[in-house]
Design a protein around this ligand. Sequence first.
Ligand code: UD1
Ligand code: CA
Length: 464
Amino acid sequence: MSQPQQNLKPVEVLIMAAGLGTRMKSNRAKVLHQLGGLPLITHVSHAAQSLSPKSIVVVVGHQAEEVEKVVRDDIGELARFAVQAQQRGTGDAVESARGLLENSDSLLVLLSGDVPMIRAETLRKLVEHHQSTNSDCSILSVRMENPTGYGRVIRNEQNSFVRIVEQKDASDEERQIKEINSGIYCFDTRKLFEALKSVKPANHQGEYYLTDVPEILLSEGGVVTCFVHHDSREVSGINTRAELAEFENLLRRNTIRGLMVDAGVTFIDPSHSYISPEAKLGRDCVIYPDVSIEGKSVIGEGCLIRSGARITNSILGDNVTVKDHSLIVDSEVGSNCSVGPFAHLRMNAKLEDKATVGNFVEVKKSKIGRGTKAMHLTYLGDATIGENTNIGAGTVTCNYDGVRKHETIIEDNVKIGSDTMLVAPVRVGARSVTGAGSVVTKDVPPDSLVAGVPATVKKSTKQS
Ligand code: UD1
Ligand code: CA
């Protein structure tokens, strides 16, 4: 079977993201506003990536540098940028990418930076439709109960595509039409740029409308078709903060439903749980109300996360209990650990299996060994602590001399007495004990008891 020539063409993507988004009433470009913890533009570029395109061109304008950075940090080399200095319409936005794409023998999937719910699956189907119908332009359209604001798809008696008319240019009769242009298309790249030369700003808004291109292609004998999609929410654009909140809610519900149905996670109150779409949770986790799990956090199986906890970009092993109001950021917790209540783990804190960090304990950039406990009111910063050690209430690693940070090392099977100040840099040898209220300024040899201010060796703890 001979395949149409077009089938062989690689896919490229163009994302329009130059607008400010006036209706957001914001100083920040619309595509930088966050949904599910990710900028809108990132949702779109992820969907684009799923097509394995040759490149993704992003048209930037408002806060171009910030938008570029967000995209580049996320997808790297795949991204290219076209700057549209003045926003003169969607046709002009595409025009600004002419230099990058005009001569590309490819299919161009066009997306908007403010339509974040678009799914990879839908884009794949659009491309398949485009190829199988041998179209020069395929428009992703959808029926909307309330089509106000969108461009309408005008068809003839044979039900074939005729043109798109914008809301502001439509007659009363045309405004009754419920089939709308989603603003997502697949084009033959070269034909798009050729036709774009004929677009004039002869309309109500005095803008260069990309939506004039399909009609131009048609008049030149090209094939223009609509791929009618069924889910209008997926192609809805975000224009206001109220819409943003609606989508946040929708995304959150979808994420939590997926975790309940597919991953076997229990939510005590799904409507008051906040889980990033990028997070992973293991089977038989139980999530209490008012828990936030953000970023690319990974939670093992059987974890119990109590109310008020926030876990950001962190990894938890299996059977971890996180008690109420604990904060875990950029950190790692081994299996069978217990954290909180009111604990704070941050900056690459690492708890090995069976460690316990209790009430009002802060752990910064420190490693806590297997089975080690710090139960109450303690600060552990820049510390490395061995196994089966007990850190008494009120212990502080005095890691900062006002200029630099210093390290504390506590070896295995140590007992740090309550209210010990460990003045770093300092090392406490294995099996040693510090008395309550010690101020440890010098290294403590293994197997010794130190006490006092400053702490001195009182006796050996070695058992003969
Ligand atoms: C556009 C379509 C409309 C469609 C709707 C779907 C046109 C003329 N109209 O209208 O038919 O129903 O999308 O959501 O295309 N942008 C730029 N530079 C510009 C103008 C826009 O980059 O000069 C970007 C915006 O940042 C946005 C996207 O293009 O991401 C869409 O522009 P917008 O002004 O929102 O178009 P709509 O009026 O929604
Ligand atoms: Ca829009």
